[in-house]
Design a protein around this ligand. Sequence first.
Ligand code: AVI
Length: 318
Amino acid sequence: MSASVSSNLAPIETSGIVEDVLCGLTASRKTLPAKLFYDEEGARLFEQICTLDEYYLTRTELSILRASVREIGERVGGRAALVEYGSGAGIKVRLLLDALLHPAAYVPIDISHEQLARVSSELAGDYPNVAIRPLCADYTQPLSLPHIPEHDRRLAFFPGSTIGNFHPAEAAAFLRRIRRVVGPGGMLLLGVDRRKDAATLNAAYDDRDGVTAAFNLNVLRRINRELGADFDLSRFRHKAFFNESAGRVEMHLQATVAHQVDVAGTPVAFARGETIWTESSYKYDRDQLTTVTTAAGFAIERLWTDADDRFWVVLLVA
Ligand code: AVI
């Protein structure tokens, strides 16, 4: 069998973001959807965040995966089709592709077109017996999956604690959609960041080198470029903090002076100190994890953690 990459790689239409942006910026509480972070530069900055000292999530999850991947392979069984939601740089999935017995197919789904195309062709070269079927899509929207060759079981992979970027009710609804994709007896391998002390969380989302700040501010640069807006980035600052009562880290862009911005012909006024809420990262405890996964129709088959109990990798069965 030879390496194959299908062609579901068409970039997502820019026109789709105008509505999201205007709707968020004209609301009384200004917001922008977190998916806007991931243009080419945003995807590059996120990769850099994943290597930061303060951002413990990526290396912790990788260490758990390395320690558990053999057992995961055994529990999943042979000829699985792997569907990854938010495939990014495609590093973690290599551990799975190496551990699974004769994986039949890999469907990486990502919003960042350039990265998805590059990673898919690298994987096709390195895993010639696996059908690589990339899908460039916003996976929070209904998806039509590419054709997947014959396989015995579907395993969805949703690492990185991206589940934390959904509000809890939306998280359950999203996992329910994954359950439909994997079908009865299908599995989901989920990365989940645990609730912990505020100092660790605040540092993870406001690193000393300012990479997360650049990642957050880049969304304004993207809106300037793609929607012809005139945001002056020097008039905004990155703000990130753990909101204890809500159990989430919030990222905002805060206007440092009162001013007005033109966004696709719509004037948007900012008061001094006003913020645009750009992201939430919910941090889970065990009860919340059980509530959300059960509401989605999954049972916890096995849960692994690291020596410091910072992060979970959870194998769920539909
Ligand atoms: C993609 N997601 C899980 C990251 C997070 O931790 O919420 C995005 C991120 N935002 C700031 N740093 C990283």
